[in-house]
Design a protein around this ligand. Structure first.
Ligand SMILES: *Cc1c(COP(=O)(O)O)cnc(C)c1O
Ligand code: SF4
Length: 473
């Protein structure tokens, strides 16, 4: 392990700011004195484990061979990668295999339907060759709804008649941009709806190398105020690569572009991204965004309060905040991981203590191992409400539980009884049509429904109001 006295390292020369402006790694919130010896932190080398080498993970030695075989079976179909920070600082090995962070990152037998599991297990046991296993895995993958919410067909923007792959424009104000070098993550979440990108379903991959198209598109679409860099995790890119996208965007001086967001799980899975030498350059880049008068938001993904505990994570958060960037947090509600109101209350409250702003509680999308993770809508609302009731107003910036469905982001507002009929009340937080947003609508009460398409309109209506628009495509 290498120890970096971070506070003393020099600032990249291309920085337009004075050195004093680029904050050294300062104290964690508990330690306000900035320049003490405690500022140095051991920064380990990144090491990833996946199917070929997960049996070498020292902490796995206590787990049964049957469990390792399950990982091997399920890992043929769903993505699996974990890194040394997750292994050493996040997973509670005393509680494995039930531990929430273990479930979050390691494939579980029950993530596959029994027939799918048996098929892959039989192939492995019979010593089938790789192409055969892969063919079976790909067939199973295609049965797991790899593209929920019409991502590919509906949301691709066009420039002069040409589709812009690697971008999505679904909601008026915000364009999503998928930089091609950012289509992986430091570790993979076993629930991830982006899983097809990680398992090499090649025709399903979409990513963009050309920031020029994005700039051109933004010029022609003055209604867009936000660009959201997403992936994968854009923070797997080197600062140089990331700057290759962000700097031209800033230099284009588009009056409509007010906010740049970056979706990331790196604060949790590899906080050293913000603390090592390339992290210095990253902080300088973040400051240049702020210096251009634009708002930079890190849309940080945390699923469990334990992820906020390690010192490296707290330092990374403090450091990002010092650049003027705002960290907003979001997570899906996941059975086996965080389906407990006390846990959410603790998570939001710790986030606020660290200066982050709770943003969304999502419901996991209907893809991949959805059946394993999903929580019924009614139960999800109860968890949200019970958690929300326990926290103070600064935590109540969070909105949810929300489904990112084809017509938009739909929030479950709760259950009620209207005219003798038990109903679920919902509304759009974001809509394909902006006019849908914040119009309450009602579905027949359904205790087991886990997604919008399992709900029926209440009061004997033939369809939901938004289906008049979207129902034909
Ligand atoms: C959530 C989301 C956004 C961002 O929506 P905000 O409510 O502005 O955070 C943009 N595009 C897509 C496709 C999304 O799912
Ligand atoms: S970090 Fe984000 S994109 Fe990567 S696997 Fe997890 S949820 Fe998916």
């Amino acid at each position: 392990m290498k120890s970096f006295p971070l506070a003393q390292r020099s600032i990249p020369r291309e920085s337009v700011h004075t050195e004093g402006n680029v904050f050294p790694l300062s104290a964690s919130p508990a330690n306000a004195s900035l320049e003490q010896a405690g500022d140095s932190l051991d920064i380990p080398r990144y090491k990833a484990y996946s199917l070929p080498n997960f049996r070498d993970i020292p902490q796995m030695s206590g787990l049964s061979e049957a469990l390792k075989f399950d990982i091997e079976v399920v890992g043929q179909v769903l993505p699996f990668k974990v890194d040394n920070f997750v292994l050493e600082q996040l997973i509670d090995w005393e509680r494995a295999p039930e531990d929430a962070l273990f479930v979050l990152t390691f494939p579980q037998r029950a993530m596959l339907a029994p027939a799918h599991y048996d098929e892959i297990a039989a192939l492995l046991k019979s010593g089938a060759d790789k192409p055969r296993i892969k063919a079976a895995a790909n067939r199973i993958r295609l049965e797991l709804n790899p593209h929920p919410a019409g991502q590919l067909s509906h949301n691709v923007p066009f420039l002069e008649g040409e589709p812009l792959t690697g971008m999505q424009h679904k909601y008026r104000e915000t364009v999503l941009f998928f930089p091609s070098q950012g289509q992986t993550c430091h570790a993979y979440c076993s629930f991830c709806f982006r899983w097809p990108q990680f398992v090499g379903l090649a025709e399903l991959k979409f990513a963009c190398r050309e920031v020029d198209y994005l700039i051109e598109y933004l010029r022609k679409h003055p209604e867009v105020s936000d660009v959201l860099f997403t992936g994968g995790d854009p923070m797997v890119m080197s600062t140089r690569n990331l700057a290759g996208y962000i700097e031209p965007l800033i230099e284009a001086n588009l009056p409509n572009l007010r906010r740049i967001r970056i979706g990331t799980k790196a604060l949790s899975y590899w906080p050293y991204r913000f603390l090592d030498e390339d992290g210095d350059a990253l902080m300088a880049l973040f400051e240049r965004v702020a210096g251009s008068g634009r708002h930079l938001a890190l849309m940080a993904h945390f699923n469990h309060p334990r992820e906020l505990g390690p010192e490296a994570v707290q330092r990374a958060i403090a450091r990002v905040r010092q650049t003027g960037a705002v960290i907003r947090t979001q997570s899906p509600l996941l059975r086996h991981v965080n389906d407990d109101p006390a846990l959410w209350a603790e998570m939001w409250s710790r986030q606020v203590d660290l200066g982050c702003v709770p943003y969304y509680m999502f419901l996991p999308r209907d893809t991949g191992a959805h059946d394993y993770f999903s929580v019924p809508l009614v139960r999800a609302w109860e968890i949200y409400r019970q958690a929300y009731q326990r926290v103070g107003g600064l935590c109540r910036t969070v909105r949810g539980p929300s489904m990112s469905a084809d017509p938009g982001k739909v929030q479950v507002l709760g259950t009620s009884e209207i005219g003798g009929e038990k109903v679920l009340q919902l509304r759009f937080l974001q809509g394909r049509d902006p006019d849908w947003v914040h119009r309450p609508f009602f579905a027949s009460y359904d205790e087991s429904a886990t997604w919008l398409d399992e709900l029926q309109p209440a009061f004997g209506e033939p369809r939901f109001f938004f289906e008049d628009h979207a129902g034909t495509d």
